[in-house]
Design a protein around this ligand. Structure first.
Ligand code: HEM
Length: 375
């Protein structure tokens, strides 16, 4: 259903919903008016200072520019490209575990692959995977339990829940950062410790919070991308046939999947001044949920927006955001998607959802993604 208005105030939640493509772009391209520091709008400064210092996604210019410059020096395209053969081998190893002709794609591949990749990059031991999974699940549960209903209060409670798992994980990561300061290795944590822009370096707290962001932002989102793509291909048999016949379409398939079922369905922003948007007057300090998923189906931006077109090009979707906060991990997510999907097509001439076990979906309202996908 296409929303009738691009910008709507939700009395119950006490927040604005933004559905239009042009309006979403206007917001994410104007960080001076629409701040990403939404957490500090609800939680006490001491708490946000601890939990979000170094978290790019909550930072505004000029701090954001400084942080992004520092971490971009470490999270390079070259480093990502070097991961290709490892992602290839890992995908095959994970799929080797499948026995028989039925399996849950999320359990077998879509959940473990991205988390192993990020652990590899950061230099965290795979033996700690269960620990990381526990914290990740706690974080997800906090997001899922508390829908946006209830507005500010619930957002605040959600931050508390998330802070709990983040704190434990923070101590764990801190130990690793300390270790890299004394014993440098060939990993991302060491590069973050050594990163230097004009004599300025990242503090331990900033590295911990950034690593925490990577673990969360880079994990479940990629899980969703893989699961959602296979679900779309199950739903649209012609698209499945077309892409299997012509593998050069895999990159555009990945982009169309991000548009059609946008994993990170919404971003949050808060206004720094009174502003007019989509014909509505928004006051300073109000919170907006920018629905990237709705913008990605806006007919003013996409022809036939509800069709799943594996060859859609151009495809200016907002699945990775836009502007200064454009997803830092987009090249990695695209690479994981391309490699894993190609291997799935090679190994399974046909993949169909299990009619007896329908997929389940993640519950946080701002996520769109399968949580189990029995095939
Ligand atoms: C930012 C989506 C994978 C790290 C973002 C944003 C979106 C997004 C929409 C913008 C948020 C905003 O404007 O507030 C996704 C999706 C992914 C994915 C859909 C998978 C399909 C990854 C991966 C990593 C990553 C694999 C890293 C390992 C980040 C970081 C930011 C970010 C660090 C913050 C950038 C900044 O604020 O400057 N992501 N992401 N993401 N993403 Fe991703």
């Amino acid at each position: 259903v296409q929303p009738e208005q691009p910008v709507v105030f939700d009395e119950e939640v006490g927040m604005w919903h933004v559905y239009g493509y042009a309006e979403a772009l206007a917001i994410i391209n104007d960080p001076a008016t629409y701040s990403s520091g939404v957490a500090s709008r609800f939680a006490p400064k001491e708490q946000t200072d601890i939990a979000f210092d170094g978290n790019l996604s909550q930072a505004d210019p000029p701090e954001h520019k400084h942080l992004r410059k520092l971490v971009s020096r470490t999270f390079t395209h070259k480093m990502v490209a070097n991961m290709e053969s490892r992602i290839h081998d890992l995908t095959n190893e994970l799929l080797d575990e499948v026995s028989g002709d039925r399996f849950d794609l999320v359990e077998v591949l879509a959940y473990p692959l991205p988390v192993i990749v990020i652990c590899d990059l950061l230099g965290l031991p795979l033996s700690d995977m269960e620990l990381l999974k526990g914290w990740g699940d706690q974080n997800l549960e906090a997001r899922g339990q508390l829908t946006v209903r209830g507005g500010g209060d619930e957002y605040e409670r959600r931050l508390d829940y998330q802070a709990e798992s983040a704190l434990e994980m923070g101590f764990y990561l801190l130990e690793h950062v300390g270790d890299r300061r004394t014993t440098p290795r060939d990993d991302l944590l060491t590069k973050l410790v050594e990163a230097d822009v004009d004599g300025q370096r990242l503090t331990d707290r900033q590295i911990v919070n950034f690593a925490n962001l990577l673990l969360f932002a880079g994990h479940i989102t990629t899980t969703m991308l893989l699961g959602n793509t296979i679900l779309c291909l199950d739903t649209f048999a012609e698209a499945d046939e077309r892409v299997r016949k012509d593998r050069s379409l895999v990159p555009t398939l990945v982009e169309e999947s991000l548009r059609y079922l946008t994993p990170l369905a919404a971003n949050y922003r808060t206004t720094t001044r009174d502003v007019e948007l989509g014909g509505k007057r928004i006051r300073e300090g109000e919170v907006l949920m920018v629905w990237l998923s709705a913008a990605n189906r806006d007919p003013s931006a996409f022809d036939d927006p509800h069709a799943f077109d594996v060859a859609r090009d151009p495809n200016p979707h907002l699945g990775f955001g836009r502007g200064i906060h454009f997803c830092l991990g987009a090249p990695l997510a695209r690479l994981e998607g391309r490699v894993a999907l190609n291997i799935l097509f090679d190994r399974f001439p046909e993949l169909r959802t299990d009619p007896e076990k329908p997929p389940t979906f993640l519950t946080p309202p701002d996520f769109t993604g399968v949580w189990s996908l029995p095939l």
